[in-house]
Unconditional design. Structure first.
Length: 354
């Protein structure tokens, strides 16, 4: 599964001013592979999420994944094992919150695993699906067959023209496609966010394969392996053990975090009546996060201190000292960004703060 680049609603006869106020649509295809109940052949079942929610974070991914599995369960499929392939984007699939959420899929299958591609390395099946869907809609808009000005319009067109059914004339079809609409209201983003931390010594960059052990435990591995030993769920019998390291147990700890007024609640992109997002939404989001951090630093600098800049009493009611608080803020921001943005952000922060 993967996010596509947002679809921008265009009108065929567009006045110039419309150029700067696009409405955008999130498209998140999930390409599922499983055995056909009818004939045991492999089915490719594309379930594309269409949404007006533009945040593209791990909370959205969690809801999308749940909806896709509900959709598959409604077809009376049950799963012994789920293997998800995602990119390694830290904001969406490869972060501590995402590892925690992975456990929720355990209600669907006994074994739940996630394998990470390198971020932005090449094309995957989702890219092909996104391209087909967006191209079809763009062509229909240009031919004036439809007007698409919102995510709901986009979804309605897809449901009418792009669904591929499971059966045609009683015969099973092995290339299927359907669409699910998710609105911003369907995605809960907690006001007070639990601070999820993994045990020390674990950095997300060092592994490319994880499996859920329980609500507060995962196993990690540098590489993924599908040899006979690993397929039977026993990594100690791996045929490739000279190349593939054994599974490593990692505990997830959850700390309830007090919300600090304003400073630690990152603004998210909004698009309501009269508002629109123009330009690259990731860049806009990054710029806002940096501006929040700068505001915090300004407050920090104007506060009474002991002359060394260390006494910051009153700034932070939770009682944490400021270096840790600032570190948390930077870490929290980094968790929301993909790798290239994170590197950029770290450079900017180190120039400004250190
Ligand atoms: Zn079949
Ligand atoms: Zn193996």
């Amino acid at each position: 599964m993967d996010f596509a680049e947002n679809y921008r609603c265009l009108l065929q006869d567009e006045i110039q001013s419309a150029h700067w106020s696009y409405s955008q649509v999130t498209l998140h295809p999930v390409v599922n592979y499983y055995k056909c109940q009818g004939c045991n052949k492999t089915v490719t079942d594309v379930v594309a999420i269409v949404s007006d929610d533009l945040v593209h974070d791990t909370h959205a991914v969690s809801v999308f994944a749940d909806r896709v599995f509900q959709h598959l369960q409604a077809k009376s499929y049950t799963f012994e094992r789920i293997v998800q392939w995602t990119d390694g984007c830290g904001a969406q699939y490869k972060c501590k919150d995402a590892f925690h959420d992975l456990h929720s899929l355990k209600k669907m299958a006994n074994r739940v695993e996630r394998i990470f591609f390198g971020s932005r390395h090449g094309k995957n099946a989702c890219d092909g699906e996104s391209a087909v869907i967006k191209r079809t809609i763009t062509q229909a808009v240009k031919a004036r067959r439809v007007i698409v000005q919102s995510a709901a319009h986009f979804f309605a067109y897809c449901k009418t023209h792009l669904v591929k059914p499971d059966f045609i004339d009683g015969q099973c079809e092995h290339y299927r496609r359907d669409f699910i609409f998710v609105t911003t209201a369907d995605i809960s983003r907690p006001e007070v966010k639990d601070d999820i931390v993994t045990v020390k010594g674990t950095t997300t960059r060092t592994f490319h394969s994880i499996k859920s052990e329980g609500p507060l435990a995962i196993q990690t591995r540098s590489f993924s392996c599908f040899c006979h030993g690993c397929e039977n769920g026993n990594g100690s019998l791996c045929f490739n053990d000279t190349h593939v390291d054994p599974w490593k147990h990692v505990e997830i700890k959850v700390k309830r975090k007090a919300k600090k007024d304003g400073a630690s609640s990152f603004p998210v992109l909004e698009e309501g009546p009269g508002q629109s997002v123009s330009g690259d939404d990731l860049t806009t989001d990054l710029a806002r996060r940096i501006s929040v951090l700068y505001d915090d630093i300004a407050v920090l600098q104007s506060s009474p201190n002991d002359g060394n800049g260390n006494d910051l009493a009153g700034l932070d009611d939770s009682g944490r000292d400021v270096p840790a608080w600032l570190e948390n803020l930077v870490q929290e921001t980094c968790d929301h960004l993909d790798e290239s943005s994170r590197n950029l952000f770290e450079i900017i922060v180190s120039c400004k703060v250190l």
